[in-house]
Write a protein that binds this ligand. Structure first.
Ligand code: PQQ
Length: 254
């Protein structure tokens, strides 16, 4: 049947279109990730990546909390709240944000500096804020669809951990512990999100909104890496953003 936006895609074709977006646009294809995973990043570039990505990590549970408030089904909330628990942990010293801070600790940053986010790039801030705002203002279907990049994250995470362990003597399995939990969590989360969009996008127009949400999210991830490349590989650090030596434990103590 033809309707607004085209012919309704079968579940199989719809999923294939989603996977095609990942194959063409996911941030595993970005040159910054090739540089990071193949050992070509300087220590400063790895520091900049970890410092900036902290903001993404810190905002994910806030994004997920806004999505949760719009879920009217108990089963959906029960599933979705696990995402918040993964990042915030169930007690102090636990959870993904804490594990990310162990990474920034190991790279020499002081925690108050990282948590303040004062040194992050404007490009990081704008991209992450756009993601949170998208999830706040668009339909629940689009908000859930925008998390579907996680379908593709287990592969990039295994490439990243293997590559970074092989090439950088300043990282270890312990300092990369954040990533040890993510593939299982991402699989669980993306199974739920994929099933949700396949069940709830009942018209082609809705399917198109889901596809567009995934494209938008790929751009959120891509833009963050563009910002890192411009600032720390090309050397055009925007005014006010972190430069090597700032925000360190040593600076804090001085
Ligand atoms: O390491 C990565 O490349 C990567 C990618 C993504 C993603 O694809 O959005 C997430 C994560 N990691 C991640 O750790 C994470 O907690 C996460 C949550 C979400 C989301 O959209 O709700 N994506 C991602």
């Amino acid at each position: 049947m033809t309707e607004a936006g085209g012919v309704l895609l079968s579940g199989e074709d719809f999923e294939a279109r989603l996977r095609q977006i990942g194959a063409e646009r996911y941030h595993n294809l970005h040159r910054f990730h090739h540089r990071l995973h193949s050992g070509q990043c300087s220590f400063t570039e790895v520091q900049a990546w970890a410092l900036n990505r902290y903001y993404y990590q810190a905002m994910i549970p806030i994004k997920d909390a806004t999505v949760l408030t719009r879920m009217s089904e108990v089963e959906d909330r029960r599933e979705w709240r696990k995402r918040i628990e993964d990042h915030d942990g169930l007690q102090p010293g636990d959870g993904g944000i804490e594990r990310w801070l162990k990474l920034t600790d190991s790279l020499g940053f002081s925690r108050p500096y990282v948590i303040s986010t004062q040194g992050i790039l404007p490009g990081t801030r704008f991209a992450v804020e756009a993601y949170v705002e998208f999830c706040r203002s668009r339909s629940l279907l689009e908000a859930i669809a925008s998390s579907l990049t996680e379908l593709f994250s287990p592969t990039i995470i295994s490439e990243r951990v293997a590559g970074m362990l092989a090439h950088y003597d300043f990282v270890s399995r312990e300092t990369l512990a954040y990533f040890s939990q993510r593939p299982v969590q991402a699989k669980r989360d993306s199974d739920f999100a994929l099933n949700y969009v396949k069940t709830h996008a009942k018209t082609r127009a809705e399917q198109n909104l889901v596809l567009a949400a995934l494209e938008f999210k790929c751009s959120v991830l891509w833009t963050q890496l563009d910002a890192l490349w411009g600032a720390y590989v090309d050397g055009a650090v925007p005014p006010g953003a972190w430069v090597a030596g700032q925000g360190s434990d040593k600076e804090q103590a001085a």
